[in-house]
Design a protein around this ligand. Structure first.
Ligand code: R5P
Length: 288
């Protein structure tokens, strides 16, 4: 097996390779003056299972093109199998035509992955109406989760937690983490008006006296879902508010804004940042 870290997967690729004691080599990527990408392997690929580790953030489109160029190259150069291990994989949220004429991006992007890879491993993909990866990808697929690691982190670092899921979909993370810890939880209802405008409400009150309110969600993007949730928790008397997420996208200065509002944020390292304190490389290594 060869673990090949792509541009946005190197931070995890080498950890996965170390854990598996597998050969490791970063993909060499350069850009022409007009922004075209060129990829090159600096390792023997023939008869090897090549695992491309790519997290798709910042330059999502480049990440996709890079992974596809690398996958096809690996096959042509004799790889036995080409596997995509994606700590963060995008385009999963647009799973239907919400407005007339829109692309169903999830279907199109998964189709591309089917074409170039033999298997795909995704860490906590954001799935809505269809929860099974086998119904989204035609190739072998596996959904991995950081829930265990998040529960462990809370257990070791946050006293008296009450887990809060900021919207209905967050139950896959929030409820499951609360159950692992055997603590109380609440799931809020969210209405999204636009990418930057959300409203959340809590239907059943929760006593936060002497407790730590811990918001658990898969993605923090603009941070607005967390701001709105934190407002409600403060009104309920929460003194300490934490937010633990899998994928800290933190668009623009979201992280600074969360800090200013005194929300203690921690994420996994699917997308590296100064708050990625939970390492998911073990989950990826184990699945491979
Ligand atoms: C969506 O349902 C996700 O679970 C997150 O709640 C959402 O992506 C967060 O977005 P934002 O940080 O922009 O409110």
């Amino acid at each position: 097996m060869l673990i090949a870290g792509c541009s946005y997967g190197q931070h995890i690729g080498h950890l996965v390779a170390n854990r598996l004691k597998a050969k490791h080599s970063n993909l060499i990527v350069s850009k022409f003056p007009d922004d075209e990408l060129l990829v090159r392997f600096d390792a023997v690929l023939k008869n090897r299972i090549v695992v491309l580790v790519q997290s798709f953030y910042n330059e999502i489109s480049d990440c996709l093109i890079e992974a596809i160029l690398a996958a096809e190259t690996a096959k042509v150069l004799g790889a036995r199998k080409v596997v995509l291990a994606a700590p963060y994989f995008p385009y999963m949220r647009q799973d239907k035509r919400f407005h007339r004429g829109e692309a169903i991006s999830q279907r199109i992007i998964s189709g591309l992955i089917d074409k170039y890879f033999d298997a795909v491993y995704l860490m906590d993909p954001h799935l809505h109406r269809e929860d099974k990866l086998e119904h989204i990808f035609k190739i072998k697929s596996k959904k991995l989760t950081a829930n265990n690691l998040i529960a462990e982190y809370i257990k070791g670092n946050i006293p008296n937690p009450v887990i809060i899921g900021p919207d209905e979909e967050s139950h896959k993370w929030a409820r499951s983490v609360a159950e692992m810890l055997g603590v109380e939880h609440r799931i809020l209802k969210k209405k999204r008006y636009s990418s930057y405008h959300v409203e959340v409400k809590l239907n059943k009150k929760v006593d936060l006296k002497g407790k730590s309110a811990v918001i658990v969600d898969d993605i923090v993007s603009t941070g607005n879902t967390i701001f709105k949730t934190a407002e409600i928790l403060r009104k309920l008397g929460a003194k300490k508010i934490y937010c633990i997420c899998v994928h800290g996208i933190f668009v623009g200065n979201a992280l600074d804004k969360l800090k200013k509002k005194k929300i203690n944020v921690v994420s996994t390292n699917t997308i590296p940042s100064k708050v990625s304190k939970i390492d998911v490389s073990g989950v990826i290594a184990e699945s491979l």
